[in-house]
Write a protein that binds this ligand. Structure first.
Ligand code: ATP
Length: 320
């Protein structure tokens, strides 16, 4: 192995830069050359690459976004798209590719390996934390902390005005982010796609809470749990309380990474390079407890990661 490629794909995240830096410097330390692919799989198809040296990743460990840029790319889902991507890898003499992204990016990575046989290593980086086999993904901790920073402030105004606040966080299909945010925030309710809920029960419990002395409440919901505006309307109608909606949206993808995200990015990046050097073909990096591990690439996106229902039920108890 002489030269490796690195690409950031899918939704951006404030930890991708730290992972790029770790990959580039570990590779150079081990005598490898590194090529950066710009704009995700779109850039791979278009042949947009540039060499990366140790200095090209200076001063980025604390910066949000990705210096390589990223994009959602439909063409990579076609045979023609994969063929062009593989052409770029071959034209650049890339012996191994590291893909920083989420489950969608890893599907693309699996196809690239199938067609080219070029080893592909995934580095899980998504605020959804929906990658199977790893306890957490790089940057998930940053997104949780960014949400908490804002909701702590929302709680102040909720308390002053005796309001119910519904706070929507990203998560179209999965509720890992909403669950972690709601649990850490001490939210009265957490609404996620994986667990059924109805507004009747929420309203009944809200009223019970007010009888017990609560004067304001926070409801954290994943965007995929339902129509947040509709839920706000229903709660307003059924309780008569002052109910407001805040959508945190893309703000959760930006900002400087937390210490935990940077440390994980450093470890995952270095381990991804080591996996390539050890001859791994299609793996992703992961963490189980304190241990950095590798997981089968296809397992990581084919296997459904389970929500921790114990945490969900504990959050209900703690919000009595
Ligand atoms: P995040 O969840 O944080 O947005 P992600 O990697 O899951 O990250 P996606 O938009 O799902 O984000 O996927 C990223 C890219 O991976 C897509 O834009 C597309 O280029 C590629 N991709 C997704 N699904 C497939 C697939 N089935 N086959 C090939 N490529 C795919």
């Amino acid at each position: 192995m002489e030269k490796i490629g690195v690409v950031t794909a899918g939704g951006d995240a404030p930890w991708m830069n730290a992972a790029i830096r770790s990959i580039v410097r570990t590779a150079i330390f081990n005598g490898l050359k590194v090529v950066g692919v710009e704009r995700g799989y779109a850039g791979l198809i278009e042949g947009k690459t540039r060499p990366l040296d140790a200095r090209s990743v200076s001063g980025i460990i604390n910066r949000g976004g990705t210096v390589l840029k990223t994009a959602r790319c439909k063409e990579i889902k076609t045979e023609e798209g994969i063929r062009k991507a593989v052409e770029t890898l071959k034209a650049n003499k890339i012996d191994g590719l590291i893909v920083i992204g989420g489950d969608g990016s890893f599907r693309g990575a699996s196809e690239i390996y199938k067609v080219s046989g070029i080893p592909v290593i995934g580095v899980p980086a998504t605020i959804d934390n929906d990658v199977a086999g790893t306890d957490t993904t790089i940057g998930f901790d940053t997104a949780v902390n960014t949400a908490l920073f804002t909701i702590d402030r929302i709680r102040d105004t909720a308390t002053s005005h005796e309001r119910v606040f519904v706070v929507e966080v990203m998560g179209r299909k999965r509720g890992f982010l909403a669950l972690a945010v709601g649990f850490a925030e001490g939210a009265e309710f957490i609404l996620i796609p994986e667990i059924k809920f109805d507004t009747e029960t929420i309203c009944r419990k809200l009223k019970q809470g007010r009888r017990k002395g609560k004067t304001s409440e926070i409801i954290v919901m994943a965007e995929g749990a339902g129509d947040s505006s509709q839920i706000v309307r229903e709660i307003k109608e059924k309780t008569g309380y002052d109910v407001r909606l805040t959508v945190l949206g893309h703000a959760l993808r930006g900002g400087p990474p937390t210490a935990q995200s940077r440390i994980l990015a450093n470890k995952f990046g270095a381990y991804a390079v080591k996996l390539l050097l050890k001859g791994a073909k299609r793996r992703i990096t992961g963490i189980k407890g304190e241990k950095i591990v590798s997981i089968d690439l296809e397992y990581s996106w084919q296997q459904k990661k389970e929500i921790n229902e114990k945490v969900y039920h504990l959050s209900e108890i703690l919000s009595l």
